[in-house]
Write a protein that binds this ligand. Structure first.
Ligand code: HEM
Length: 282
């Protein structure tokens, strides 16, 4: 079996005798298949992240790793960042010491430093060591415990659905069905001039609804669904047909569990849109 894919947030310290493992740079895409993540001390801040979009991006990746339950070993400034990602208060280090995190709510402390600060703690599959040098026993135990099985939890419903590519396939098929439909087709024909742009908008909408984000971590779509549909004269039969065709497209392209994620969300939104449309008519 292939060894687990090990990722790292920073180059590992140069030290030939140390036996550092091979680790690839972390990225959102790589996390989905990661067997483990190293978060080395890199001397960067964890407490004050003003003007540090690079640290926010790192924190975002860390949150993704934690949500996916990727085994993670962090030390020094890395441990402080992981503490922060887990919601712990983080303090600035003094006199060249790294920033440090208090113990996160769900964590177990194994060792305290003489000053009473948490030195070694674990939370789920995350292991943290607050000092800038990780002890060899901890690294060895971490590497030995990495499982080779890919049993990660999907981080978001978007991942369950199969990501943006799977969404695009469903949506392209759905709008092709809707455009051909005698009831819905004329409504779309009257309002959608640029189908490519419309598909981009609705894809961004679904990415956002399913917990995904744009390339920089920002929401991919911002808007108000009720306003978009307010002037279309939607009635119950439009919504019912929309949902039927949507479910057909979802089932044609996705496994049952993934199709269910999409159709149940669409159903809930359809109920709200229907209620708003009825309120406007009365
Ligand atoms: C749960 C049900 C529905 C969902 C989730 C939904 C979602 C969306 C989204 C995300 C947009 C794009 C918004 C944007 O441009 O930022 C949109 C636009 C549109 N929708 Fe829906 N929709 C639903 C039901 C319907 C129904 C029943 C119709 C009737 C035919 C409809 C017709 C349209 C049209 C014509 C536009 C384009 C409006 C424009 O660009 O002027 N939608 N919809």
């Amino acid at each position: 079996m292939a060894p687990p894919l090990l990722l790292t947030t920073a180059p590992l310290p140069a030290c030939p005798d140390r036996g550092w493992p091979e680790a690839a740079p972390v990225s959102e895409a790589a996390l989905a298949a990661a067997g483990g993540l190293l978060v080395p001390h890199d001397g960067g801040p964890a407490a004050d992240l003003r003007e540090r979009p690079d640290r926010w991006a790192l924190l975002h990746l860390m949150t993704g790793a934690l949500r996916r339950d990727v085994p993670l070993l962090a030390w020094g400034s890395g441990a402080a960042l992981v503490g922060r990602a887990l919601g712990a208060p983080v303090h600035a280090g003094h006199a060249g010491a790294p920033d440090w995190a208090e113990v996160p709510a769900a964590a177990e402390v194994h060792l305290q430093s003489p000053g009473g600060r948490p030195l070694h703690w674990t939370a789920g599959r995350a292991t943290a060591w607050a000092d800038p040098e990780v002890p060899p026993f901890l690294l060895a135990a971490f590497l030995a415990g990495l499982d080779t099985q890919r049993s990660r939890r999907p981080a978001t419903p978007l991942e369950t659905v199969g990501g943006e590519a799977a969404l695009r396939a469903v949506l392209a098929d759905f709008y092709a069905r809707a455009a051909r439909d005698p009831l819905l087709g004329p409504v779309f024909a009257a309002h959608v001039r640029d189908w490519a742009a419309h598909l981009d908008h609705v894809t961004a909408f679904w990415v956002t609804v399913l917990g995904g984000a744009g390339p920089g971590g920002e929401p991919a779509w911002r808007g108000n669904l009720n306003h978009v549909h307010a002037g279309l004269g939607l009635r119950g039969e439009h919504l019912a047909r929309w949902l039927t065709l949507f479910a057909q497209a979802a089932r044609a392209h996705l496994p049952p569990e993934a199709a269910e994620v999409l159709t149940s969300r669409a159903g809930a939104m359809g109920t709200r849109l229907g209620a708003q449309a009825a309120a406007r008519r009365s």
